[in-house]
Write a protein that binds this ligand. Structure first.
Ligand code: CP
Ligand code: NVA
Length: 302
């Protein structure tokens, strides 16, 4: 049973076929007759808010011939204490796959361990693999290569996005620099887990970190589930704002990335987010194509 809980679940040798499939599905969105989900029902269990992930999965499952069943976690018994293991055993008898966005990564691991259908992590406090794979696909579209491409990630260096970018960039040969203050430095356990030809370094000085960057990436300073730390985070992360002064230090061909939603004038200024070098909406669109390719991969259509 194939799952996608982190990008480590996909052998490096399969990345290329997933990206090729995503490119094909993007170029042939209205004409591709690829329906691996025909007569299949995929549950989408969400315990946190979502715009991109929910809509792109719902549309993607539909376009691949399947039925997406949206379920709010708090309206399910798992929201009242039923275990993820029991939930997985029951749902596996009804469904063909489960997409889940929740808080604890360990709950998704337990769900997958007990499911006999594929489970896809649609974001936990620790990882967001669908976003990170999309980000790499987007870089490949713009740079036509991955090896040696320099990305600087500014902000919360121990967030789900930083963690997922570490695993994915390392696997794909990028030079990733995480720029964050002490207390928000990249997690050592994730750095140790990251395998592949790329490099990961931590540089607390955002100006040094950004020099020569091909891609500047940022994410909200207060991730879902961390709202009670808002005041402290906004203060300590303020020097890591992506603004026009910082962008000037990067490569002349720099592109700006953000997984979105953006909190304008916090982690990124509007002039940068809306500038011609920002590729955030292309990146957002690519969620659809890459997730469709992931579904094709997990459901044996590749
Ligand atoms: N980037 C992302 O996952 O966005 P949503 O929270 O809107 O799904
Ligand atoms: N780090 C953010 C990502 C949102 C897509 C969060 O978890 O809220």
């Amino acid at each position: 049973m194939k799952h996608l809980l982190t990008v480590e679940d996909i052998p490096l040798s399969d990345f290329e076929s997933i990206f090729n499939m995503a490119a094909y599905l993007k170029a042939n969105r209205r004409t591709a007759d690829i329906k691996p989900l025909k007569d299949k029902t995929i549950a989408m269990i969400f315990a946190k808010s979502s715009t991109r992930t929910r809509v792109s999965f719902e549309v993607g499952i539909h376009e691949l011939g399947g039925y997406p069943m949206y379920l709010e976690e708090k309206q399910m018994q798992v929201g009242r204490g039923e275990t993820p293991a029991d939930t997985a055993k029951v749902l596996s008898r009804y469904l063909d796959g489960i997409v889940i966005r929740t808080f604890l990564h360990s709950d998704v691991v337990e769900l997958a361990r007990n499911a006999s259908v594929p489970v896809i992590n649609a974001l936990t406090n620790d990882f967001h693999p669908c976003q990170a794979l999309t980000d790499i696909f987007t870089i490949l579209e713009f740079s036509k290569k991955l090896q040696g491409v320099k990305m600087v990630f500014l902000g919360d260096g121990c967030s789900n996005m930083a963690n997922s970018l570490m695993l994915t960039c390392k696997a794909c040969g990028l030079e990733l620099v995480i720029s964050s203050p002490r207390g928000f430095e990249p997690r050592q356990d994730v750095m140790d887990r990251a395998k592949g030809p790329g490099t990961i370094t931590w540089e607390p000085d955002p100006l040094k970190a950004t020099r020569g960057a091909d891609y500047i990436y940022t994410d909200v300073w207060v991730s879902m589930g961390f709202e009670e730390e808002s005041a402290e985070r906004l203060e300590i992360l303020a020097p890591y704002q992506v603004n026009s002064a910082l962008v000037k230090l990067a490569s002349p061909d720099v592109k700006i990335m953000h997984c979105l939603p953006a909190h304008r004038e916090e982690e990124i200024t509007s002039d940068v987010l809306d500038s011609p070098v920002s590729i955030v909406f292309e990146q957002a669109e690519n969620r659809l194509h890459v997730q469709k390719a992931i579904l094709c991969y997990l459901f044996g259509a590749m």
